[in-house]
Design a protein around this ligand. Structure first.
Ligand code: CA
Length: 641
């Protein structure tokens, strides 16, 4: 069948099913519903185990055609823990067996789905867990981007459950020298949310070989609605990864920390093998009549989110994570390949029951071959059309360190002379593509590209260690004190480096070993690293203490932020004043000295209490300044009155 048909009005009006799909368990019977409108037959197979190589078929059941292209089957008895697959016959050809697209549990490596009594996977007290971040604006968030393995794999983490969800929720863990690691460290740092790299089931790590210590970021989706098996202590037991992830979420919530999941709906691991595409050939992906996939993602295929049942699938998936796992936020990988209507349906579906949930997108402008005549893509330039979503700002990142495409290019913190009003725009959370600080996610490092410290080392190979620290701290001060939503790569607060055995730096560590990727906690035992951690902690506490740094609307920012001319090109400064967003200080003055020497600047009138100065940051009064201040080389100075 020509896949163009799937995007026709006729097909969509006949075959859009709005009810629930998947399995419906009760102790007496389980009912199954599969959407497969082009099939002439559909089969359900029940198995004893989740091992796709095991010959342990319990029963093969022919499904019955039902409304809107769906197929149904029912089986008496308690099927909790029974594994199953679907297959279809389309145009006379029987498909491979695949897991249920609406699977809630899986066997090892996600080839068979499992019927599960989800209530049995809930940790004790789960009914009282309701997530965090109620009555807040997204600009109150401070986001910490973390890979599950990176937190615990280094020996110095002192964490027992290395590489697992359970390792994230361990407390009381320390380096050999007695410095707090893992969750205790994150809590002390003060971030509001941990944003996890893909933690749903992905395909690039063989879950049956945990001893091989394989690492992958996980941007290769297999099954969107189940936790990744390699982060579980028993991937072969379908219920274990569910209960372990819930335990982690619960523990983070108990510590006041929200959980954001990085969801990769824009492509799948192998399009030809993805369950939806097997059961309804080519339906999930943008594929032409010759079988060629659109590949704007660079991962081999792009998701056809504009099709009604793909859209429903994505909306259902996000809602499920919020409902079942109490997830507090979602980051959408390459949302520029998805469509605006889908993004809006997601936020509209989730917010009524989960007003605390935040949504933000990696909204680069992408090229993709959409399957309908008019499809508006969910990129950053369309941010105003998606009221519930915020977007990564590559503008502030590139401003601070230079473009991602040329590692040696310099930015503001690595010695590029400041020109124009770009900093002013970024500082206001309103770079050219974004007109609202609540929609602007500010960052300088994430999993992609070099770590901040490595980027500085690459750009300035001759700089000594202390100079690099000052530049790193300056970068943090700029994005942490700007309007918008700060995000940083876990470990940036301790000069994280992805150093290869030959001493060079890895800029694309998606499958590098743990030795490159893991957070090296023992560094915190060294005073220089500990001091950087304290500086980040201080920036965060200062941000949290001042509503004027977290304004919600463009109107507030226009009314309360002014540029201050310091007479020094590379010492930009800002004056934030007046009663806004709960701010109790009369005014805040912020200056960034990007010069390699001390600079003296004039201050706005008044007696200023300096809170952030040189290599110290926090909410405590350090000293008073009036009329003038000398700002040390490569540092921020922040004061209030
Ligand atoms: Ca997996």
């Amino acid at each position: 069948m020509n896949p163009k048909v799937y995007s026709s009005e006729d097909f969509e009006s006949k075959y859009t099913y709005s009810g629930d799909l998947g399995f419906f368990w009760s102790p007496e019977k389980t009912f199954f519903r599969l959407w497969a409108p082009t099939a002439t037959e559909a089969k359900l197979r029940l198995y004893k185990t989740g091992d796709s190589a095991a010959e342990d078929l319990i029963e093969e059941i022919d499904m019955t055609a039902d409304v809107s292209g769906t197929w149904v089957a029912e089986k008496n008895g308690d099927l909790n823990g029974v594994y199953y697959t679907f297959s279809t016959v389309v145009e006379g050809k029987e498909s491979a067996e695949v897991p249920d697209p609406y699977a809630r549990a899986l066997g090892t490596n996600g080839k068979r789905s499992m019927v599960v009594d989800l209530s049995s996977t809930n940790p004790k007290g789960w009914e009282n867990d309701k997530g965090v971040f109620y009555d807040k604006n997204i600009t109150d968030a401070i986001l910490y981007e973390l890979h599950v393995r990176d937190l615990s794999m280094d020996e110095s983490s002192g964490i027992f459950n290395k590489g697992k969800f359970l390792g994230v929720s361990e407390t009381g863990t320390k380096t050999p020298g007695g410095i707090s690691t893992g969750l205790d460290h994150i809590k002390e740092l003060g971030v509001t949310h941990i944003h996890f790299l893909p933690s749903f089931d992905y395909g690039s790590v063989d879950e049956s070989k945990p001893e091989e210590n394989q690492f992958n970021w996980g941007y290769d989706p297999m099954n969107f609605n189940i936790p990744e098996g390699s982060y579980s202590t028993a991937p072969e037991k379908g219920e274990v990864r569910i209960s372990e992830m819930k335990k982690m979420v619960q523990k983070l919530h108990e510590n006041g920390i929200g959980v954001v999941m990085d969801m990769v709906y824009n492509h799948v691991f192998h399009a030809d093998e993805f369950c939806v595409n097997v059961l309804v050939p080519g339906y999930f992906s943008r594929i032409d009549e010759n079988g060629v996939y659109s590949d704007g993602s660079g991962c081999g295929n792009d998701t056809a989110s504009e099709r009604s049942m793909v859209k429903k699938y994505i909306v259902d998936s996000v809602k499920y994570w919020a409902d079942e796992y109490h997830i507090d936020g979602f980051r959408f990988d390459l949302s520029g390949l998805l469509d605006i209507a889908t993004m809006n349906e997601i936020t509209e579906a989730v917010h009524p029951t989960h007003p605390n949930v935040i949504f933000y997108c990696e909204g680069w402008n992408m090229q993709t071959k959409v399957t309908k005549p008019i499809v508006e893509l969910a990129n950053q330039y369309n941010s105003e059309k998606m009221p519930g979503c915020s977007f990564f700002s590559d503008t502030i990142r590139d401003f601070l360190i230079g473009t991602a495409f040329d590692a040696e290019e310099k930015g503001f913190i690595t010695g590029k002379e400041l020109h124009g009003s770009l900093l002013g725009k970024c500082f206001r959370g309103m770079p050219d593509w974004c007109k609202n600080p609540s929609k602007c996610v500010n960052y300088v490092s994430c999993h992609d590209g070099y770590t901040l410290f490595d980027r500085i080392s690459v750009a300035l190979p001759k700089a000594d260690f202390s100079e690099k620290i000052r530049r790193s701290n300056l970068a943090a001060a700029v994005y942490m004190l700007s309007q918008g939503v700060p995000l940083f790569l876990a470990g940036e607060e301790m000069l994280r480096s992805k150093t290869k055995p030959d001493g060079s730096f890895e800029h694309n560590s998606y499958k590098s070993p743990d030795s490159v990727n893991s957070i090296k906690w023992s560094n915190l035992e060294k005073p220089e690293y500990k001091k950087v951690f304290e500086y980040y902690k201080g920036l965060i506490s200062f941000r949290k203490a001042h509503g004027a740094l977290r304004m919600k609307t463009p109107g507030e920012v226009y009314s309360h932020v002014t540029d201050v001319r310091t007479g020094e090109i590379n010492v930009p400064a800002f004056h934030i004043w007046g009663n806004v967003n709960g701010e109790t200080a009369e005014a805040i003055f912020i200056a960034f000295n990007a010069e390699t020497e001390e600079k003296e600047i004039y201050l706005p009138v008044g007696k200023w209490s300096v809170r952030i100065f040189d290599e110290t940051a926090g909410t405590e009064h350090l000293f008073f300044a009036e009329e003038k201040i000398k700002i040390p080389a490569l540092s921020a100075a922040v004061m209030i009155k």
